[in-house]
Design a binder for this molecule. Structure first.
Ligand SMILES: Cc1ncc(COP(=O)(O)O)c(C=O)c1O
Length: 371
């Protein structure tokens, strides 16, 4: 049986009329730049994230770049982040003039470890970028006090975690709510994905929201008048229209992913070779990815491929060992938990439209490989 890693066509079929209507309205109006859908989506994402502001931009990468630019870094300023994430997290730090400093992860959640952050702080540290990896929030209640104590900005890279939440002191806090800024990606494979690139930043800070709005429009608050040099990083109206049509389904889609995850975990949990992803009981995981740790990972992936089953390795090389960061002088072995993860992880199909038969095929193929 064929089971792709992700089936966006199946999702499109289920919402085709709504999306087509939304996109057609923009086309009929011919107002493609900063049309009303952008503001409407910003209001909806701010409400979902329990923040005062949301500012759309061109991608999840720019959603990181702009707030880091807003820190006005000086050469040599350091920003602590995880080496076990998509490249953009650290790429944005360097592109905004910062020096990435990598802190190792927690072996269970794959998220940055608070103790490792604390150990990486120096007099040059300006900010921490936490990533809510695969759709599960980091331990914000431990990281926030570290940031506060050292006077650091805290950026939440929630590209994979829109709508994820964590119970802190008895209250549900949303991904993006608690940091200086939270950032989202609308890359098509995300739980809320557009028909192309898109991103958004959320914040509680009025002045910072204004600055981010300027930075996405060439640094000017009035057309043709520029307070600083910014970017062309608008969210397309067409993308906003698609995302507005999809947003009402997000909670159901994430719940379906969680149901699929529960079935996988039940099937794998008693197998001695397979380590399903542990979920912190304080978290509602949105499962942008369902990621196992396994022995003989590459052979398993080849076996799945031969069985018609899609999978992916997020991520095969930790960022501190990437050639582009050789100048930072990290050695193999310096961040052992992340390095071990890169050799053991494999992400399985988890998309909401996956049928029971398809999921059974994935489970059977994996159990047969380790039998
Ligand atoms: C953790 C993380 N950060 C940043 C990004 C960058 O987002 P985009 O691809 O929209 O630029 C992504 C997604 O691709 C991501 O997964």
């Amino acid at each position: 049986m064929n089971v792709p890693l992700l089936d966006l066509v199946a999702q499109y079929r289920s919402i085709k009329d709504d999306v087509t209507r939304a996109v057609t309205a923009v086309i009929e109006r011919q107002s493609f730049i900063m049309g009303p859908e952008v503001g409407q989506l910003e209001a909806e994402v701010a409400r979902l994230s329990q923040t005062r502001h949301a500012v759309g931009c061109a991608s999840g990468t720019d959603a990181l770049l702009l707030p880091i630019r807003a820190l006005d870094l000086k050469p040599g300023d350091e920003i602590i982040t995880t080496p076990f994430t998509f490249f953009a997290t650290a790429g944005a730090i360097q592109n905004a003039g910062g020096t990435p400093v990598f802190a190792d992860i927690d072996a269970g959640s794959f998220n940055i470890a608070p103790g490792a952050i604390e150990a990486a702080i120096t007099p040059r540290t300006r900010a921490i970028v936490v990533v809510h990896l695969f759709g599960q929030m980091a331990v914000m209640e431990e990281i926030l006090p570290i940031a506060k104590r050292h006077g650091l900005a805290l950026i939440e890279d929630a590209a994979q975690a829109i709508g994820a939440r964590r119970k802190i002191d008895g209250a549900w806090r949303m991904a993006g709510e608690l940091g200086t800024v939270g950032t989202f990606s609308f890359f098509p494979s995300k739980n809320l994905g557009g028909f192309g690139d898109g991103g958004m930043m959320v914040t509680q800070d009025d002045a910072l929201a204004e600055r981010l709005r300027r930075l996405r429009l060439h640094g000017g608050s009035r057309q043709y008048f520029h307070d600083e040099v910014g970017y062309n990083s608008r969210l397309d109206t067409l993308q906003a229209a698609v995302l507005l049509a999809k947003l009402p389904h997000l909670a159901d889609w994430s719940a379906a992913r969680a149901r699929n995850a529960a079935r996988y975990t039940e099937a794998f949990t008693r197998h001695p070779a397979i380590c399903p992803p542990p979920v912190d009981p304080a978290n509602t995981h949105i499962y942008n990815q369902y990621t196992l740790r396994v022995p003989r990972r590459d052979q398993l992936q080849a076996h799945l491929k031969a069985s018609g089953i899609g999978s992916s390795i997020y991520y095969p090389l930790a960022l501190h060992l990437q050639p582009c960061f050789a100048h930072l002088d990290y050695q193999r072995g310096s961040l052992p938990v992340s390095e071990a993860a890169t050799g053991e992880v494999i992400s399985l199909p988890i998309y909401p439209e996956m049928t029971r038969e398809q999921q059974d095929a994935v489970i059977e193929a994996i159990l047969a490989f380790y039998a």
